[in-house]
Write a protein that binds this ligand. Structure first.
Ligand code: HEM
Length: 325
């Protein structure tokens, strides 16, 4: 299937499901105590949909067939990075000066963590502009197959990989920032709706990716040039990343639910399933807010540095191209 067809069908399907859930399903949900539907005009739900579709678009474009499409994808990704930095400079900076009171001692690290993440976003944005210039020199067509091959990832795996990566990279600063907004601030709820909607989307996409790996198309084998210890490390890292990608949304949902707060999936408000329990909420909160995010920083950092080492230090030609066009 062509990338444009794949992208169009994914976008169409997502839009149909979301629109159906907004306008049609409230009737079905009437009377179900766990469902309630937000007004179609709710901006935070629309913002969440926009971010999801934009992430899908970037992931699809950077793996496009024509060099022009890939350049647009890279430009959009750079724009996203600068957009996040601009958001930080315009909206978040005030909250950093007057954050909500610390709940845990590690909360004191949040302003510096957020600033470091914004600096990374800025540097990555600049790096992407350089990549776009480099891409402009290539005019070749890339026919990436839909399925994985023994050596490379196919389109479906690439699009899922990059959409999940973009969403997680956005969810981390969004989550940190949401926890810093003082109670009673008018826009506090918006961040929670967006964070939770996109968090559930990650969970669904990760399951889709697992299903694709198992039933759709087996993952390519690890590069043969890797030493035994590198293969073992890469394999362990992949498993741990999956544990995190599933553990983070589930712990977030359970923490919220045991705390008595509703969860949100775009236009769907989900009232708590479990009986309120503050000790359980606190344990899950420790997982969602401290243990899992810090493990994510370590594993994601190792994953990225590992891929860069193979490409640029070990000079394994295909290391990045397995997942990047
Ligand atoms: C891959 C998905 C997710 C990631 C990477 C993620 C990441 C984070 C991070 C880094 C924080 C900030 C923690 C802190 O510094 O205190 C956070 C906060 C939060 N997350 Fe998530 N999250 C995800 C999914 C979810 C989901 C699905 C839900 C609920 C349905 C959720 C609910 C929350 C809530 C309520 C907070 C704020 C807690 C507070 O106000 O104290 N998260 N998240």
């Amino acid at each position: 299937m062509k990338i444009s067809k794949l992208f169009t069908s994914t976008t169409l399907l997502t839009s149909i499901v979301l629109l159906a859930s907004t306008f049609i399903t409230p009737a079905l949900a009437a009377g179900h105590t766990h469902n309630s539907w937000r007004a179609p005009g709710d901006l935070d739900s629309w913002a969440s949909i926009f971010i999801l579709i934009a992430s899908l678009m970037v992931a699809a474009f950077v793996n496009g067939r024509e060099s022009r499409t890939r350049i647009i994808g890279t430009w959009l990704a750079a724009l996203g990075c600068f957009g996040v930095v601009a958001w930080f400079g315009v909206y978040a900076i005030d909250t950093l000066d007057n954050p909500r009171e610390h709940v845990l001692p590690v909360d004191a690290a949040k302003p510096i963590l957020l600033q470091a993440q914004m600096l990374i976003a800025f540097v990555v944005g600049l790096a992407l502009l350089v990549v776009a210039r480099w891409q402009a020199r290539r005019t070749d067509r890339l026919d990436i197959p839909t399925h994985n091959t023994p050596d490379n990832y196919g389109k479906v795996s690439r699009i899922l990989h990059w959409t999940i990566a973009i969403l997680i990279i956005l969810l981390v600063p969004m989550g940190i920032f949401a926890t810093m907004i003082p109670e009673g601030t008018s826009f506090r709820g918006y961040y929670y709706v967006t964070h939770k909607s996109l968090g559930f989307s990650v969970l669904i996409l990760v399951f889709a990716r697992l299903a694709w790996n198992i039933w759709g198309s087996r993952r390519p084998a690890l590069a043969t040039e890797l030493k035994l210890w590198e293969r073992r490390l890469a394999h362990t890292m992949h498993i741990l990343l999956y544990v995190l990608m599933i553990g983070l949304p589930i712990s977030g949902f359970m923490m919220s639910d045991f705390g008595g707060a509703s969860s949100h999936f775009f236009f769907w408000d989900i009232t708590p399933f479990f009986e309120k329990s503050i000790p359980t909420r606190d344990i899950l909160g420790l997982m969602h807010k401290v243990v899992l995010p810090y493990l994510l920083y370590i594993f994601l950092g190792t994953h990225i540095l590992g891929a860069l080492k193979h490409q640029f230090i070990d000079k394994h030609e295909n290391a990045l191209r397995r997942m990047v066009s």
